[in-house]
Write a protein that binds this ligand. Structure first.
Ligand code: TYD
Length: 402
């Protein structure tokens, strides 16, 4: 049975940054409600937006915009070469090629339905198919020559039709093939109050428990996993076909499932507790920003993320509380965040002369940001975060121990 545990209010499409000319137009909004399935333990959002409205030729997100992700993808690419030595790899959701570029062009095929993003890797000479990952695509591309390894990071949560996705994976993957899936993990979301991991594009946030249940239907199984720091806590799953007995299931998988059960991922009460914490977080963030406004402090945002969209719209924060955001992404600059309509300026190094407090929209990259903004920190500039709790980050915490 599906049980609702949190209502994050009316939300616009998270990556639909607005041009000035669109500011007066009514935005499409949907209620963002979170559901827990007490049979499969899968957590999902209730109202879904058709994929064409989110992933099309004006998709702004670029994974290359953070050093953290570049390093993370380089490391897993090296591990893949060492551990599995695949002859042919497919990446589902290749974005602007941050993972892809670590391989030679004749070894990897990118699948990227957002045509504007697919263009980036096509131009660099990588085979990139600008279509959605479907059974018919898998059949047409891999009827004869099967794939040794499929990699997909931060993409599976975006795909509503899991049946289509896994059936297509089974069509493409050879019998000894490896599937690697990674994305934000549910346990850290609940543990650290990461409610902004939920927005229209993140239809699911998986746990080992829920993913194992889904994989069973497709005769696939997890044989290893790694917990990562990326995106506030992600898990990378190594998956094989069930009838491939050459690969052993490592202890890490059972350990992770036990950890999730101990944390309470099977119990609805855990989700209700999370919901209570989030309501408190909303109140605290609003209060902090209002107090700073009363003290005439200048507050801006850093990283106009999709996550920020959830926070700003849930907490009803607009340009009076956060003046503007800074971002490095070309397709976001000089536009406005959806719903909150806060302006996004081109990134420029922070300086205390311009700003007193900086709200971390990209809190998941805080270490990278603190490094970059050492001058601002030396000048006495402060950062605000809402993860794991709403606070002004102290100097001690800035050394990376939030
Ligand atoms: P990400 O956290 O991956 O976001 P989302 O919630 O949208 O999935 O995106 C990080 C955003 O922050 C992206 O728009 C780029 C921006 N950014 C900067 O502007 N400067 C930086 O130093 C970093 C690390 C990110």
């Amino acid at each position: 049975m599906l049980k609702k545990f949190l209502d994050l209010g009316q939300q616009p499409l998270a990556n639909s940054y607005l041009r000035k000319s669109q500011l007066k137009k009514k935005e499409k909004k949907l209620k963002l409600e979170l559901l827990f399935d007490d049979k499969s333990y899968l957590v999902s959002i209730k109202n879904k937006i058709p994929k064409h409205q989110m992933f099309n030729s004006s998709y702004p997100y670029r994974s290359s915009q953070s050093k953290t992700m570049q390093i993370s993808f380089r490391k897993i690419a090296n591990e893949i070469k060492r551990r599995f030595n695949p002859k042919l790899i497919v990446e589902i959701g290749s974005n602007d090629g941050t993972f892809l570029k670590n391989f030679s062009k004749n070894k990897i095929i990118g699948i990227e339905p957002c045509k504007n993003v697919a263009k980036v890797t096509k131009k660099k000479g990588f085979v990139t198919i600008d279509k959605y990952w479907t059974k018919s695509l898998a059949r047409s591309l891999f009827k004869k020559k099967k794939v040794d390894l499929i990699y997909s990071a931060n993409t599976l949560s975006h795909i509503e039709n899991l049946n289509e996705t896994f059936t297509a994976i089974n069509i493409a993957l050879n019998k000894d093939g490896i599937l690697i899936l990674e994305g934000p993990a549910l346990l850290p979301c609940l543990k650290f109050n990461i409610y902004d991991q939920f927005y229209c594009e993140h239809i699911y946030v998986f746990s080992t428990l829920s993913l194992s249940n889904i994989l069973k239907k497709y005769k696939l199984e997890i044989f290893d996993l790694q917990n990562l720091d990326t995106h506030g806590g992600s898990t990378r799953y190594f998956i094989k076909k069930k009838n491939n007995n050459k690969i052993k299931i490592l202890k890490a998988v059972r350990r992770e499932i036990n950890k999730e059960v101990r944390f309470g991922l099977k119990k609805f009460s855990t989700y209700k507790k999370f919901s209570k914490n989030i309501k408190k977080s909303k109140f605290k963030l609003k209060k902090l920003l209002k107090d700073l406004q009363l003290k005439n402090k200048k507050v801006i945002g850093y990283g106009a993320t999709a996550k920020s969209c959830t926070v700003l719209n849930y907490c009803k924060i607009g340009p009076t509380l956060i003046n503007y955001f800074l971002d490095t992404t070309p397709d976001k600059i000089n536009k406005f965040l959806p719903g909150s309509k806060i302006f996004i300026k081109k990134y420029k190094k922070l300086n205390k002369k311009d700003v007193d407090f900086v709200f971390l929209g990209a809190w998941n990259f805080k270490k990278e940001i603190f490094k970059k903004e050492s001058l601002f920190i030396k000048q006495g500039g402060k950062f605000i975060t809402h993860i794991p709790n709403v606070k002004i980050i102290s100097d001690k915490d800035m050394r990376g121990r939030i």
